[in-house]
Ligand binder design. Structure first.
Ligand code: LLP
Length: 427
């Protein structure tokens, strides 16, 4: 169910009109629906529960990079989520949001020493290690702080996720993970290091996957490795299949989360029954987009209409610095008028004020608009605000969270002075 719908001719987030939010908080403005967040997270949590799993046998680690606002992290933490982080900064965010570091897993190909130390001091659940040099560095740092680092190796299963090349991560040519053929050797090395405790295996093959077949194929490959490791007396406690389930931006039909998890758990259970007398293995997930993507929109105001010979432009006050996805991936976001459309529509490219031809948010959309009209860029909850920048010395958008008829400002707008406050003039 969409939590963004028209009521009395005006687009609402739950019970609050986007019009009133724009008036109160200005534009560009990110608006999130709490009910949507809860519903999306619950699809994972309920599927885990329905398979008879509890906290010790299933953990959803929300991928912080997709939307890292403290209020979002706090809400998901309260719902029982763990967190998948990719930097020390994200760990500090999770902690600031009241999240439990012992439910944090640390992914990423380039972890620094300081980040490792910070994560060890906070006793995180697991490091997802992506290379042998990283393994050695982690062993060293753990030795320095007198701890053993719990480790999972990110294995690259060489599965084609059939998604945009920029967000496909499980192929041989990608920079991520340890090659499948090298994985056994890497585990042997890991098991021999004094400050490393081998606990799991993980993979993440890409993002915005509509079909779960590639994920189940990756699962089969991971299972094969776990069996080979067990034969060498290296026993893993968890398997982490990553995130990646897509959302509907336009007319895509992603596999429902419950269906995917159902199939995945059925395979895991059949395998454990056959090979391990039913002994459970903890299953973990790292979803981002499928939890926050359709829980957020970006509201922007039309500034000018330019009618050209070949094209019409709607120049709006949001730009590529607010929502990078169209410029970076030619991503498609729905555009809705906040007041239900009436009058004659024309075809527009929706563009921002930034001085780049790549600064567009949507192309060839039929819109009946005047200057001052409000537009909502749909499905902007994931990789929207987190990828925003201050290019052109533009303050980042404010963010609000709607809960029924209540509205919470969860990040205020940046002021221009804040943008250069850290800089100094050389005299
Ligand atoms: N785990 C790892 C190791 C990842 O690299 C990612 C995303 C996730 C989990 C979460 O994946 P999700 O469930 O959100 O698909 N900026 C791009 C997406 C980049 C995804 C990067 N990795 C976009 O806007 O489409």
């Amino acid at each position: 169910m969409s939590h963004f719908s028209y009521r009395n001719g005006s687009l609402h987030a739950e019970s609050v009109s986007l019009d009133s939010l724009a008036r109160q908080y200005g534009t560009p403005l990110y608006v999130y629906s709490k009910a949507a967040l809860v519903e999306n997270f619950s699809a994972y949590a309920n599927a885990c529960k329905q398979s008879g799993r509890d906290d010790s046998t299933a953990l959803v680690c929300y991928s912080v990079k997709s939307n890292s606002n403290l209020a979002v992290l706090n809400l998901l933490g309260k719902l029982g989520s763990g967190f998948d982080i990719v930097s020390g900064g994200e760990l500090l965010r999770v902690i600031a949001a009241g999240g439990d570091p012992r439910r944090v897993i640390f992914s990423g190909v380039g972890k620094g020493r300081d980040e490792m130390r910070l994560a060890l001091e906070h006793d995180i659940l697991c490091f997802n290690v992506e290379s042998i040099p990283e393994l050695h560095r982690l062993n060293e740092v753990a030795g320095e702080v007198g701890k053993r680092a719990r480790v999972s190796l990110r294995v690259n299963p060489n599965v084609d996720a059939k998604t945009h090349p920029y967000i496909s991560t499980g192929l041989k040519e990608n920079k991520f993970g340890v090659a499948y053929e090298d994985a056994l050797d890497c585990y042997r090395t890991a098991a021999s290091l004094p400050h490393i405790e081998v606990v799991g295996i993980d993979c993440h093959i890409g993002s915005q996957l509509l079909d779960d077949a590639p994920l189940l194929e990756a699962l089969d490959k991971v299972i094969e490795l776990i069996d080979q490791l067990a034969a060498e007396n290296i026993h893993l406690h968890h398997l982490d299949i990553g995130g990646g389930i897509g959302i509907t931006y336009d007319d895509e039909k992603p596999v429902p989360v419950g269906d995917y998890l159902g199939r995945l758990f059925a395979r895991v259970d059949a395998w454990r029954k056959e090979k391990y007398a039913g002994k459970a293995i903890k299953v973990m997930f790292e979803p981002g987009r499928s939890i926050v993507g359709n829980a957020g929109v970006l509201i922007t105001e039309v500034q000018y209409l330019k009618h050209g010979e070949t094209k019409n432009f709607a120049v709006v006050d949001a730009a590529m610095n607010d929502l990078m996805r169209p410029a970076l991936y030619e991503a498609w976001h729905g555009v809705k008028t906040v007041r239900e459309q009436s009058g004659t529509a024309q075809v527009y490219d929706v563009v921002g004020p930034v001085c780049e031809s790549g600064d567009w948010l949507a192309r060839s959309r039929s819109l009946a608009i005047e200057p001052g009209a409000l537009l909502a860029l749909m499905s902007a909850g994931a990789y929207g605000m987190t990828m925003a920048s201050n290019y052109n010395t533009r303050g980042r958008a404010a963010e609000v969270l709607v809960d029924g008829d209540r509205v919470h400002l969860i990040r205020r707008r940046e002021t221009p002075a804040e943008l250069f406050a850290l800089e100094s003039i050389v005299s």
